[in-house]
Design a protein. Structure first.
Ligand code: SF4
Ligand code: SF4
Lengths: 508, 468
């Protein structure tokens, strides 16, 4: 047992569900107790999804515990198959229900007899892997399933597309700014004259998967989700892949050069150097901005970076290499990717921390006292307590990571966004500090001070106590209304009773 | 049936597949740890439970947390580790870091599945570490959402003292609310204040509500000369109310049936069976019932209710004649349906996770009666609903408002259907006379918002699909 307060990566079933519900017309059945279906809430509330989340729980309750699922799971699968005609139904347990050790594979086989669509059990070890690893694994499993199916039917295309083309792997629902990133990547590929053969899984149909091998190469923008699939496609279909995250000006250029190399090896004759130079020096604002006088004051400022491997490594490089900021500590919660992370960032920071324990990171931040933090929502919170500004650069996902406007992290527009984020984090931090100095913030003390001053009315202790329970932002209004009410009625001492009587009278 | 016209139409009950969305009952931790200020809640479960609390509830376990997960790892599940030693290690750490007056163990599905004997372990551990341990099995196998609170309060009911441990004079100082009301007054005034009360059998209220509501309800009863001798839960664990044999107890929430039966069977208290104090109609009925069992003639309740209704008129104009559909989530549905019917709405369906017809008997009767008096059809009550079927019915019925869990709100809005999250009623202050306005503020908000957007002509924000 361990005492846990916070998790950077969710449990495995969340990863599986992210993949299943990213695809078009795929439904997931979750074999789980009823309270485990909060994935639906995350998708509807955080990602503001307009469609009903295609996940249905096959409820594990007391009866199932006592007698096993019997027909329940099979019935739920076939029912969904009839109601919504999905192409594929993915069955997954949660870590809770996997303890029951029911033979889910058997349920899948039985359901497949009646179901029109395909049925599969997500093959994930719920005891051993987290959300991200499970997502990576499930994506691969679905791709393998449909490529094998096509092979058996002899429907596997053997040709490549005429023009250079790419599959973008690992774009998912509830992924950190994934929806903006994919737009930017499509734009980048168009600029490079590369056709997008497929983007998976987000918005893809499983029927298109058999066409994956037609692309000239695969692009894996994130280290957490996609590599398993890319490796499989490489070993089975000899497809090369690029797994350099195009985040920041330098890494974007490196990614494009890797693409160029792969294409030229396959007989294309492309040169992207001119494009890279044009983008870097003139079209994109990021490189110029870091050079501009604005950013001079950031030089040598201390910061801490923490997040998933992809974002923490990329940000570390941008800060250190492109902006001259001193990264004291770079860290990641992706323990399974420790080696890569260390190798990538070691030359750009003083310390490396790989940990899933938010307390450890919090302590490190307190010790280092950086001028800014780039981390997750948790570090943002730590920053608030320590009065250090924090830019959020990585999941766990939060509703704030679904901005309505366009905010990619990848590509050249992403580079612009990232420098904005960095610059604003530092300077907003300064402004905040000024506000504090000049008493611009509405603090509790201020309110209580004005409370009894210059007034012909007095508040009794219980009245004050009740008033203080009212949230700060409406307290002033409630107080004014109550005092008016008391004055009108010639009441001089305001008690809790008077407060509530006033609330009723004015509907405050 | 000729009787149908003269007699209230009987409510129709139905049970569906139980495939609906609701929150896990362990979510009660989110409000109970705030309510009971000297407590620590330890949820013993898996990462799935922890991620739920962190994410879906939006209660991120940030600064100074008074709850935590005891995350079960492979060794715990395969029983290689000793549960007692593991829990002891964690509880000692909690004691050292937080020193709470009580540790509440929240069991989960996993502790049920692996049959961890929490009730068996706790007495020994509590003796060993010197902090009371209350065990509540708020798991998602047996319960839905708000019922988590029920399991905690039922467990705490066992810990209430059965007699006042100290002299009478000091006892006055114990109860948080008594203290609050008497604050700053001299002894004589306190005695004088005592005389504002009628002499009646002790009354304890149960149900967790925010402190301002505690004050309001206590004052409301005081107007009738009724003294509330305590609340379960109290603000502090060390101030749990005395529960003597023959005490009257009244529930403030409709989801507390286990607590009610524990109080009756185990503590030999007498339950006041009343509708719940939600909406002016319910509040009046609740107070009247308490008065009647305490043999007090209620004063001015009718006028008070009428005045509240008057003050609600601006909101009532918005909802009168409109229809509402409850998908079912937090077990407040019947009380809200009854109140909204009285407001002039028609209720199509009341979905509800679990229906205790005995504990909710008076509320159900009032709903039936209200429908009859308002001349609206009685709604169908669907226990353990099936969300998929409900959505088909919603498409057909086209209600003006759907009160729903969080999973369905945005998709319904995208299809031009007004929604309100049911959880908001769980967290808002909805009890008593004056908070009726707050309920209507919530109910009318989507209608007001969407009517101001109506002229834009954008009400459907998904592409039409051919129906299957
Ligand atoms: S339903 Fe069970 S397993 Fe799921 S979060 Fe609730 S207690 Fe945990
Ligand atoms: S499977 Fe086991 S280790 Fe994994 S999250 Fe669930 S309980 Fe924890």
């Amino acid at each position: 047992m361990k005492l846990a307060y916070w998790m950077y990566a969710g449990p495995a079933h969340i990863g599986t569900l992210r993949i299943a519900s990213s695809f078009k017309n795929v439904h997931a059945i979750m074999h789980a107790p009823i309270g485990d279906d909060y994935f639906n809430v995350m998708r509807s509330m955080l990602a503001r999804e307009r469609d009903f989340t295609p996940v249905t729980t096959s409820v594990v309750d007391r009866n199932v515990l006592a007698r096993g699922s019997q027909e329940k799971v099979v019935d739920n699968i076939t029912r969904k198959d009839q109601e919504e005609h999905p192409d594929l139904i993915v069955l997954t347990p949660t870590c809770t229900s996997s303890i029951l050790q029911e033979d889910l594979q058997n349920f899948v086989e039985r359901a497949q007899i009646d179901a029109q669509g395909d049925v599969m059990l997500a093959d994930v070890n719920h005891y051993r892997v987290n959300e991200l690893q499970a997502a990576d694994r499930t994506l691969q499993q679905i791709v393998v399933y449909y490529l094998n199916k096509a092979k058996k039917k002899g429907e596997l295309p053997t040709d490549k597309t005429e023009k250079p083309s790419v599959n973008i792997l690992g774009i998912t629902t509830l992924g950190f700014h994934n929806n903006h990133d994919v737009k930017e990547l499509r734009r980048l590929m168009a600029d490079l004259g590369i056709e997008v053969n497929a983007v998976i899984p987000d918005g893809a149909s499983v029927h298109e998967l058999k066409n994956l091998p037609r692309a000239w190469f695969n692009l894996v923008p994130y280290r957490e989700i996609g590599p398993d699939t890319a490796q499989y496609l490489q070993s089975e279909f000899d497809m090369p892949y690029v797994d350099i995250t195009p985040m920041g000006i330098v890494e974007t250029a490196r990614c494009i050069r890797a693409v160029q190399k792969i294409l030229n090896e396959q007989g294309a004759d492309v040169s992207y150097e001119g494009f890279i130079d044009e983008q870097t020096r003139f079209a994109s604002q990021a490189a110029w901005f870091s050079r501009s006088i604005d950013c001079q004051n950031l030089t040598g400022k201390k910061c801490v970076v923490f997040g998933d491997s992809t974002h923490a490594a990329a940000l570390t490089k941008i800060l250190a290499r492109e902006m001259g900021i001193h990264v004291v500590l770079a860290g990641s919660y992706c323990k399974n990717d420790t080696e890569w992370f260390k190798q990538e960032v070691s030359e750009y920071c003083d310390e490396i921390l790989i940990s899933e324990d938010h307390g450890e990171i919090g302590d490190a931040i307190a010790r280092i006292e950086p001028a800014a933090i780039f981390g997750t929502q948790m570090e943002r919170h730590v920053g608030k307590r320590l009065d250090i500004p924090c830019g959020v650069i990585a999941a766990p996902i939060h509703v704030q990571n679904f901005p309505v406007g366009y905010r990619p992290f990848l590509g050249y527009e992403g580079a612009n966004q990232v420098v904005d984020l960095i610059y604003n984090s530092f300077t907003l931090g300064m402004e905040d500090h000024l506000l504090e100095i000049f008493g611009g913030h509405d603090t509790k003390e201020v309110i209580t001070k004005t409370m009894s001053a210059d007034s012909d009315l007095s508040w009794t202790k219980d009245g004050t106590a009740e008033l203080n329970k009212i949230p700060g932002f409406v307290r002033g209004k409630v107080k004014r209304n109550t005092e008016k009410f008391a004055r009108d009625r010639g009441i001089t001492a305001i008690s809790a009773e008077v407060l509530y009587a006033a609330k009723e009278a004015v509907g405050a | 049936m000729t009787l149908a016209n003269t007699q209230p139409q009987a409510l129709e009950f139905e049970c569906e597949t139980g495939n609906y969305h609701t929150f896990c009952p362990i979510s009660c931790v989110a409000w109970l740890y705030q309510k009971i200020e000297d407590s620590f809640f330890l949820v013993i479960g898996t990462k799935t439970c922890g991620y739920f609390l962190q994410n879906a509830m939006g209660v991120m376990i940030f600064a100074e947390p008074r709850y935590a997960m005891a995350e079960l790892e492979e060794g715990d599940i395969s029983a290689q580790l000793n549960d007692y030693e593991e829990l002891k290690r964690l509880c000692l750490q909690i004691k050292r870091d937080r020193n709470p007056s009580v540790i509440v163990w929240i069991g989960t599905c996993t502790t049920e599945i692996i049959k961890m004997d929490l009730e068996g372990l706790s007495p020994r551990l509590e003796a060993e570490i010197g902090i009371p341990i209350v065990v509540a099995r708020a798991n998602g196998l047996d319960y839905a959402f708000t019922q988590g609170e029920d399991t905690v309060l039922a467990a705490m009911a066992h810990r209430c003292p059965d007699q006042a441990p100290v002299a009478e004079a000091e006892k006055e100082e114990r109860g948080g609310i008594t203290k609050l009301l008497n604050f700053g007054r001299k002894k004589e005034e306190v005695d004088a204040a005592e005389s504002e009360y009628v002499d009646h059998a002790p009354l304890v209220l149960f149900g967790s509500v925010p402190d301002p509501v505690v004050t309001q309800i206590t004052l409301e009863l005081k107007k009738q000369g009724i003294k509330v001798s305590g609340w379960l839960p109290s603000k502090r664990y060390t101030e749990l109310p005395v529960l003597g044999e023959g005490y009257y107890v009244a529930g403030i929430n409709p989801f507390l049936s286990r607590t009610a039966s524990t109080l009756m069977r185990r503590r030999k208290c007498k339950l006041v069976g009343a509708p719940f104090p939600i909406g002016p109609d319910g509040t009046r009925a609740w107070i009247e019932k308490i008065c009647s069992v305490l043999e007090i003639e209620p004063q001015g309740l009718e006028e008070r209710e009428a005045k509240i209704w008057q003050s609600l008129e601006d909101y009532l104009q918005i909802i009168r004649g409109k229809s509402v559909y409850f998908m079912g989530d937090n077990l407040l549905e019947v009380s809200l349906a009854r109140f909204l019917t009285r407001c002039g709405m028609t209720v199509h369906e009341v979905g509800i996770p679990y229906m205790d017809k005995r504990y909710q008997a008076a509320e159900l009767k009032l709903l039936e009666q209200t429908c009859h008096e308002m001349g609206t059809p009685t709604p169908k009550i669907v226990e353990k609903p099936d969300n998929y079927n409900q959505i088909q019915r919603i498409y057909q019925l086209e209600p003006d408002l759907v009160i729903t869990g969080m999973a369905h709100a945005n998709p319904l809005e995208a299809r031009g259907i007004n929604t309100k999250w049911s959880v908001e009623f769980t967290f808002a202050q909805i009890h008593g006379f004056s908070n009726a306005r707050d309920i209507l503020e919530l109910v009318t908000r989507p209608l007001r918002r969407n009517s101001s957007l109506k002229d834009l002509g954008w009400d459907k924000l998904v592409r039409e699909k051919a129906p299957h």
